[in-house]
Design a protein around this ligand. Structure first.
Ligand SMILES: Cc1cc2nc3c(=O)[nH]c(=O)nc-3n(C[C@H](O)[C@H](O)[C@H](O)COP(=O)(O)OP(=O)(O)OC[C@H]3O[C@@H](n4cnc5c(N)ncnc54)[C@H](O)[C@@H]3O)c2cc1C
Ligand SMILES: NC(=O)c1ccc[n+]([C@@H]2O[C@H](COP(=O)([O-])OP(=O)(O)OC[C@H]3O[C@@H](n4cnc5c(N)ncnc54)[C@H](O)[C@@H]3O)[C@@H](O)[C@H]2O)c1
Length: 475
């Protein structure tokens, strides 16, 4: 006999977005149900941010010996115990898992149902043996790996980010389809751990990012021995001996390449299939659930957040949307998401970070007059002492000093970007960066130096010099 429950809030998906909103609902006194069809924690914990950053950390440790000789310190080349690397990744997941667990949710007063959810009407859904009628829903069902139309893909063993962290052995030659964030981050990590790696990218790597900043990453990936091929679409895959063979391109320009393992990192599609959205009257654009800036869908009692909404795919965007949905849904405030303050970070080494608009985005958004300033890590004393000289910051501003965007390719870019994020979120102008005192010697000086350069260019004119000479005449 199915159970029927009636609640204030039903959240579908216990990943980055869903966990945030369910916890808030229960803590604010709403009767809350969270429905999860697979592992608690979603992609971020189980197959995304956490395992990838743990693998990247292991890979960074493996490269230390390459840079240490310049400091006068030598190590033996590292011996990689891949089983131990895999155990380290698993330990990272296990240590974070309690934050996202069913027990923690229940401790906060959330009822957790472990089943796939499917709408049966505009105000109800079925999850296993339970029918849930709710005053409000929030859908946070994430995304799945995109499987492009590559012939033979379904017949050849391959891995996506869902399976790659379970590899028992280090691949001898990893072929990576896709040079987006997943392909570049994991490709570099496997290379550093000792695998031969080929990244095959149909367009150009990290295609949404500023090309000048991407060039810093491209150079590093190549210098570390990654065979990086851009402008080559993978059109076919087949088994070849103990490994596999990919076909590149079509017609006369066709070529093949052999490898031992295949990582498919060709993008991710919103996970909206099977949710019964037609029964709920929720409109989609393709697979993405259509929302407005308050995270409302076409059914006024249903909100949607995170990867399933087809926007930027990051944990912090999903949680930002969750905070907006909470204000909108629970406090009836006209809160709106703010894409312009969303930082994005690619955790290659060096890292690439961006907040606000890139130069190209700013120009196509109609900013006619832009000032673009750059400052290199090589001119920072801390860059020199630590031999972290690769890369630069690129600032895009209006002639009046309004910040339009900042991008950084270099050491700790993912940390350094946050002062720009704060400035954009708080409406600070470039002047704020010139007024702060940065500790010497730090990499954070790069933000002050690029802002200083913006004003110096304006200050150091013949007119200013005449003015200063005139002032100097007076006692
Ligand atoms: C390899 C990789 C590395 C990444 N690294 C980063 C990073 O460093 N930083 C960053 O910010 N982002 C990173 N991301 C992106 C980040 O993981 C996602 O953007 C984030 O997890 C999205 O959160 P979400 O709540 O939308 O979905 P998820 O966290 O994926 O949660 C969705 C949940 O919904 C469940 N579900 C789906 N359908 C149903 C249904 N019908 N019924 C019940 N449950 C359902 C799923 O099982 C899943 O648990 C990475 C992604 C990948 C793939
Ligand atoms: N650090 C982070 O925040 C982080 C890390 C990983 C992933 N993510 C997010 O997860 C999402 C998925 O990442 P992703 O890297 O899988 O997707 P992506 O869309 O960023 O990149 C996929 C790449 O695959 C290429 N491609 C597609 N089909 C191909 C083919 N047949 N042959 C060759 N190349 C092909 C595309 O041109 C594209 O450049 C993205 O939104 C990403 O931003 C974020």
């Amino acid at each position: 006999m199915p159970e029927r429950i009636s609640v204030d809030l039903c959240v579908v998906g216990a990943g980055s977005g869903g966990l945030t909103i369910a916890a808030a609902g229960a803590q604010l006194g709403l009767s809350t149900v969270l429905v999860e069809g697979a592992a608690m924690g979603g992609d971020c914990l189980n197959s995304g941010c956490v395992p990838s950053k743990a693998l990247i950390a292991a890979a960074r440790a493996a490269t230390q010996h390459r840079h240490s000789a310049a400091f006068g310190i030598s190590y033996d080349p590292p011996r990689i115990d891949f089983a131990r690397v895999r155990a380290h990744v698993k330990e990272a997941i296990d240590s974070i898992a309690p934050h996202d667990s069913q027990a923690r949710c229940e401790g906060l007063g959330v009822r957790v149902i472990r089943a796939m959810a499917r709408f049966t009407g505009p105000d109800r859904l079925a999850a296993g043996d339970t029918e849930i009628v709710a005053r409000r829903f929030c859908l946070a069902t994430g995304a799945h790996p995109l499987r492009p139309p590559i012939s033979g893909l379904d017949r050849v063993p391959h891995r996506t980010h869902l399976e790659i962290f379970d590899l028992a052995e280090l691949p001898s030659h990893l072929l990576v389809i896709g040079g987006g964030a997943v392909g570049c981050e994991l490709g570099q990590a496997f290379r550093r751990l000792g695998a031969a790696v080929t990244i095959l990218e149909a367009k150009r790597i990290l295609g949404d990012e500023d090309p000048e900043l991407v060039e810093v990453i491209r150079r590093r990936l190549k210098s570390e021995g990654i065979d990086l091929r851009e402008g080559v679409a993978v059109t076919g895959v087949a088994s070849a001996g103990a490994g596999l063979r990919v076909t590149l391109g079509e017609g006369a320009g066709i070529a093949t390449l052999d490898g031992s393992h295949l990582l498919l990192a060709a993008g991710r599609v919103p996970a909206s299939d099977g949710l019964g959205l037609e029964a709920a009257g929720v409109a989609c654009d393709g697979k993405a659930i259509r929302i407005d800036r308050r995270c409302r869908t076409s059914n006024r009692r249903i909100f949607a957040i995170g990867d399933v909404t087809g926007g930027p795919q990051s944990t912090h965007w999903a949680t930002h949307q969750a905070m907006v949905a909470i204000r909108s849904m629970m406090f009836r405030l006209p809160a709106r998401t703010r894409p312009v303050i969303l930082p994005r970070v690619t955790f290659t080494d060096p890292e690439l970070a961006q907040v606000g608009l890139t130069e190209a985005e700013a120009r196509s958004a109609g900013h006619a007059q832009l000032v673009v300033r750059r400052f290199p890590f090589a001119e920072l004393d801390r860059g020199e002492t630590d031999r972290n000289t690769a890369g630069f910051i690129k600032l895009v501003a209006t002639p009046q000093g309004r910040i339009i965007g900042a991008g950084i390719a270099g050491a700790s870019a993912g940390e350094l970007i946050h002062s720009w994020s704060l400035a954009l979120a708080s409406g600070l102008s470039l002047r704020a960066f010139t007024e702060m005192i940065t500790a010497y010697p730090t990499l954070s000086e790069i933000s002050k130096r690029v802002a200083g350069g913006f004003y110096a260019q304006r200050m150091l004119t013949e007119r200013t010099r005449r003015w200063v000479r005139w002032l100097a005449r007076w006692p």
